[in-house]
Write a protein that binds this ligand. Structure first.
Ligand code: NAD
Length: 484
C-alpha cells in the first residue's frame, strides 16, 4: 500500500468527498519528482453536480446584504494570514517556489480577500435624469450568476482569491477547477472559505485529471453565466470560442511577452538589478516576467555586466533550502522548452553569457531545473523573440533609437506587462502612451497590487482583475425606468 496520503478534494454543495468512481491522480514535488499526495479525479457528472449546487445556492447568497458577504471575506482573510506559514510551506512543496516567495504570495492572496471584502460595500448604482418630467432612471448592479473558474499552477493560491474574492463579494456563486499540478493549495483555500462561513454550494471545488471536458461543461452548461480563466492563450482562446457560442460573459488573463526597455538616460546598474530580480520571479514562470530586454547601446556593457553577474549568482534548488532563490520549473516539458528556445537562439547567432543548460547533477537529478540564463545578440528571427518563455532565460537586444525600440516592443501579439527605465518624465509618459500593453512599470518592476487593475490587451486577454474593475467583472448592469 502506498504511504502517500489521499486527499478528498471534491467540495460540492458543502461536502468534501472523493470521486464517485474512486479515480485519483498523483501530485508531485517538482524539485525531486516525489509523490506527495493523490487527489480525487472528478468526472464530468461531478462537475455538473457542482454547477447545480452553485445554481441552487445563488438566490440565497445574492440576497444576503453586502455587509454579510463582506464579513465572511474578512474572516477568510484573517484565517489565511493565521495559516500563512503552513500554506507557504505546502506551496513550496507542491509548486516549487522558494519559501520566501511563497510567503509573499500568501500575503498577496489574502490581500484580494480583504480588498473585495471592502469593495463588496461599494457597488454603487446611480440615477440618471430623464427627458420626461414624469420619469426617473435608476442604474443598479446585480451579480452575474454562477461562475465557472479555471486557475493556473504558477500562483496557486492568489489566482484563486483574485477570482473567488470578487465573485463572492458581488453575490455570485462559484465552481472552480484548479491546475492539475497544484490541487492541494486549492483544497486549503477552500477549507478556509468553508471555515470562514461561506454557505454550502456557494463555492465548489472540482479537481480533475483531464481539464478539457470541464472547459466544455463551463462554456455549454446553461446554468453557468460566466467563465473566468487564467492560463495560456491557446486554452483561453478555446474557452472564448465556446463562451461566444453560448453568449456567456468571459474574463481571460493569458500569456505575456513583456518588453523591458532601458533608455540611454537610465541608471544602468539600477535597471540591471531590477531586470534580474523580475526575470527570476517564480523561476520566470509569471505572465508579467520580461521576455525581451532592450538596452540602449551606450549602456549595454555596464548593464550586461551587472545583469549577468546577478543572474549568475542566483542559486537554484529546492525552495525549502535556505539561500535558494530559484526553484524548479513546474514540469519536464518546461525544461524542454528552455532547451529548445536557447538551442534555436544559439544556432541563429545568440551568445550565452551565463547558464544555457539543464541542471541534472546531484540534488537536481530528479527535479525540473534549468540554469538561470542570459542570452545576448538576440534577433527577431529567433523563436525566443516571439514565443513566451515562461522560464529563467533572459534575451537581450541592444537598440539605438527610441522609435525603433517602441516599434520592437510592440511587435508581439501579446500585451500584458511592459517596463521602461528612464529618468526623463516626459519620455516616460510619451512611451507609456505608445506601448500597447495593459500595464507599464516605470522604473518599477512590480506594478501589481490587489488595489490595481491587472490585465492585458490583444492575445493577453480580456478584462481586469483586482481594483474597482475586478468586482465589475462579476456584475451586470440593470436599468430601472419609473413613471412617477
Ligand atoms: P494552461 O492554459 O495549460 O493551464 C492553465 C489552466 O487551464 C489549468 O488549470 C489547466 O488545467 C486548464 N486547462 C488546460 N486545458 C484546458 C481546457 N481545454 N479546458 C479548460 N481548462 C483547461 O497553461 P499553463 O501552460 O499550465 O500555464 C502557463 C500559462 O498561463 C502561461 O502562458 C502564462 O502566461 C499564463 N498565465 C497567465 C496569467 C495572467 O494573469 N495573465 C497568470 C498565470 C499564468
Amino acid at each position: 500500500m502506498s504511504e502517500v496520503p489521499f486527499v478528498e478534494s471534491l467540495f460540492i454543495g458543502g461536502t468534501w468527498r472523493p470521486a464517485r468512481d474512486g479515480a485519483a491522480f498523483a501530485v508531485t514535488d517538482p524539485s525531486n519528482g516525489r509523490e506527495i499526495a493523490t487527489v480525487a479525479a472528478g468526472a464530468v457528472d461531478e462537475v455538473r453536480e457542482a454547477i447545480d449546487a452553485a445554481h441552487d445556492a445563488l438566490e440565497a447568497w445574492s440576497a444576503r446584504t453586502a455587509y454579510e458577504r463582506s464579513e465572511i471575506l474578512y474572516r477568510a482573510h484573517r484565517l489565511m494570514l493565521e495559516r500563512a506559514e503552513e500554506l507557504a510551506t505546502l506551496m513550496t512543496t507542491e509548486q516549487g517556489k522558494p519559501l520566501r516567495a511563497a510567503r509573499t504570495e500568501v500575503r498577496y492572496a489574502a490581500d484580494f480577500l480583504v480588498w473585495f471584502a471592502e469593495e463588496a460595500k461599494r457597488v454603487y448604482g446611480r440615477t440618471i435624469p430623464s427627458a420626461r418630467a414624469d420619469q426617473r432612471f435608476i442604474v443598479q448592479h446585480q451579480p452575474v450568476g454562477v461562475v465557472g473558474a479555471v486557475t493556473p499552477w504558477n500562483y496557486p493560491i492568489s489566482m484563486i482569491t483574485r477570482k473567488v474574492g470578487p465573485a463572492l463579494a458581488a453575490g455570485c456563486t462559484v465552481v472552480l477547477k484548479p491546475a492539475e499540478t497544484t490541487p492541494l493549495c486549492a483544497v486549503e483555500v477552500f477549507r478556509i472559505l468553508e471555515e470562514a462561513g461561506v454557505p454550502p454550494g456557494v463555492v465548489n471545488l472540482v479537481t480533475v485529471a483531464d481539464p478539457a471536458p470541464v472547459g466544455t461543461e463551463f462554456t455549454t452548461n446553461p446554468k453557468v453565466a460566466k467563465v473566468t480563466f487564467t492560463g495560456s492563450t491557446a486554452v483561453g482562446r478555446m474557452l472564448a470560442e465556446g463562451a461566444g457560442r453560448s453568449l456567456k460573459r468571459i474574463s481571460l488573463e493569458l500569456g505575456g511577452h513583456a518588453p523591458f526597455i532601458v533608455f540611454d538616460d537610465a541608471d544602468p546598474v539600477h535597471a540591471a538589478k531590477g531586470a534580474a530580480a523580475i526575470k527570476l520571479l517564480n523561476t520566470g514562470q509569471a505572465c508579467i516576467v520580461p521576455n525581451r530586454y532592450f538596452v540602449h547601446a551606450s549602456l549595454a556593457t555596464e548593464f550586461l555586466d551587472v545583469f549577468t553577474a546577478r543572474i549568475g549568482r542566483m542559486r537554484a534548488g529546492n525552495g525549502h533550502q535556505e539561500g535558494v532563490t530559484v526553484g524548479p520549473l513546474i514540469d519536464a516539458a518546461s525544461v524542454d522548452r528552455m532547451e529548445r528556445q536557447v538551442g534555436d537562439a544559439v544556432q541563429r547567432g545568440a551568445k550565452v553569457l551565463v547558464g544555457g543548460e539543464r541542471l541534472t547533477d546531484g540534488e537536481f537529478a530528479d527535479g525540473h531545473f534549468y540554469a538561470p540564463t542570459v542570452l545576448s545578440e538576440v534577433t527577431p528571427d529567433m523563436t525566443i523573440y516571439r514565443e513566451e518563455t515562461f522560464g529563467p532565460v533572459a534575451p537581450v537586444i541592444v537598440f539605438g533609437d527610441d522609435d525603433d525600440v517602441i516599434a520592437m516592443a510592440n511587435d508581439t501579439s501579446y500585451g500584458l506587462a511592459s517596463y521602461i527605465y528612464t529618468t526623463d518624465i516626459g519620455r516616460a509618459l510619451r512611451t507609456c502612451e505608445r506601448l500597447r500593453f495593459g500595464m507599464v512599470g516605470v522604473n518599477d518592476i512590480n506594478p501589481t497590487s490587489a488595489a490595481a487593475p491587472f490585465g492585458g490587451v490583444k492575445d493577453s486577454g480580456i478584462g481586469r482583475e483586482g481594483a474597482q474593475e475586478g468586482i465589475h467583472e462579476y456584475l451586470e448592469t440593470r436599468l430601472v425606468g419609473l413613471s412617477v
